[in-house]
Ligand binder design. Structure first.
Ligand SMILES: Cc1ncc(COP(=O)(O)O)c(C=O)c1O
Length: 373
């Protein structure tokens, strides 16, 4: 397999556990096992009784039942659990796509959403969005670029890295297009549940569309990335079976303690999600004020959901160099747009963690020290 290095993950490998102030993380605040167990009486004993043999390949029935509860029309048999969302992306692209297929991918985006399809031999068209259009998806562009061999559309809402969230109407129109052309809709919904206003939450693609595949994970909205539990939800049995069979060659089944803890976290999701939405909205208010203060230096499209956004540097400087100097001199990590194969002007900020305000203060002090503000 000829697959390009995952640029963003290589960048994080260099800095994530070294830089003291992470201002570009994509997840929400995590918690300890003890804190999670404290949410439900008796769960600590349950964890100790957890059987450490092989688990059911598709995921435990208890976990799949909790996951199915996140959807309107799906049941436990429509859920296939994976080791994080990342394994599910890899398995979908390899199990379902063939080299003669064409795939259209919402961009800029998390690299595996196009790179795995590319490595599987597919022709990939990047469905580019722009800051000038508030990062909105252009459905006319989509229709114009569908080819006879197009097999799938890949979208990600709430979006990494821009925080874009399409409207309900756009989602309906997107599904009409997919249905009319008989295309699969692979919908990365890892930030679903992290909308700041409930009315903005979109229905899952797998609920609305018989050929929709929804991608979910414990890492983002629930802040439990260390569990490495993700899933796909779909009513398309052929896709489900193909991915289940492919999984025999990747992880076979999931970690038993992780399944136990993920099941518990989903049973107790209300307080976990509420805490994370509160952290994100509090931090976002600080970011809005910051970018208001420095509107001459940064461009800013406020995100509509999630815990990340994609501002731009207006001054004439490479953002890659800016980020390298910043982490070197002030220990603050930002993620340059070049790591998204995008441009050398935009950068990702992450605001899902409690210590974000301190990192933002450090950035502001650095800007002052450098005479930029
Ligand atoms: C949009 C998107 N999809 C999928 C993933 C993969 O999630 P995980 O690392 O939990 O497998 C990420 C992680 O950053 C992401 O941002």
């Amino acid at each position: 397999m000829d697959i390009q290095p995952f640029t963003l993950e290589r960048y994080f490998a260099q800095y994530e556990f070294k830089a003291p102030y992470l201002l570009c993380t994509s997840d929400c605040e995590a918690m300890t096992v003890r804190e999670l167990l404290a949410l439900e009486p008796g769960s600590a004993e349950g964890l100790q009784e957890c059987w450490l043999g092989y688990t059911e390949s598709q995921g435990s029935p208890e976990l799949r039942t909790e996951i199915a509860d996140l959807y309107e029309t799906l049941d436990a048999d429509d859920i296939l659990v994976h080791a994080g969302a990342e394994e599910a992306i890899f398995n979908f692209m390899n199990a379902v796509l063939t080299p003669s297929d064409h795939v259209i991918v919402h961009s800029p985006c998390y690299q595996s959403l196009y790179e795995v399809a590319h490595a599987a031999g597919c022709q990939v068209s990047r469905w580019l969005t722009s800051e000038a259009e508030d990062w909105a998806l252009d459905l006319e562009w989509l229709e114009e670029h569908i080819q006879p061999n197009t097999k799938a559309i890949v979208v990600n809402c709430p979006h990494n890295p821009t925080g874009y969230l399409m409207s309900h109407q756009t989602q309906q129109q997107l599904i009409e297009i997919a249905r009319r052309h008989n295309l699969l809709l692979f919908s990365d919904e890892v930030y679903r549940g992290l909308e700041y206003r409930l009315e903005d939450r979109l229905p899952a693609a797998s609920d609305l569309y018989e050929n929709g595949i929804s991608l979910g994970v414990m890492s983002k909205t629930y802040g439990l990335a260390g569990l490495r539990i993700g899933w796909i939800a779909t009513r398309n049995r052929a896709i489900y079976e193909a991915m289940a069979a492919f999984k025999d060659y990747t992880t076979i089944c999931n970690s038993a303690p992780s399944e136990y803890l993920a099941t518990l976290a989903l049973r107790q999701k209300a307080p976990i999600v509420q805490r994370n939405v509160e952290i994100a909205t509090h931090n976002l208010a600080l970011l809005n004020q910051f970018f208001d203060r420095y509107a001459a230096i940064f461009s800013w499209v406020p995100p509509k959901a999630g815990a990340i956004a994609f501002p731009g540097l207006k001054i004439d400087q490479s953002i890659e160099q800016f980020c390298a100097d910043l982490v070197e001199q002030a220990g603050v990590l930002l993620l340059p747009g070049t790591k998204y194969d995008f441009d050398d002007r935009h950068f990702r900020v992450g605001f899902g963690r409690k210590n974000m305000p301190e990192a933002l203060e450090r950035l502001e002090a650095y800007l002052g020290d450098q005479g930029i503000v």
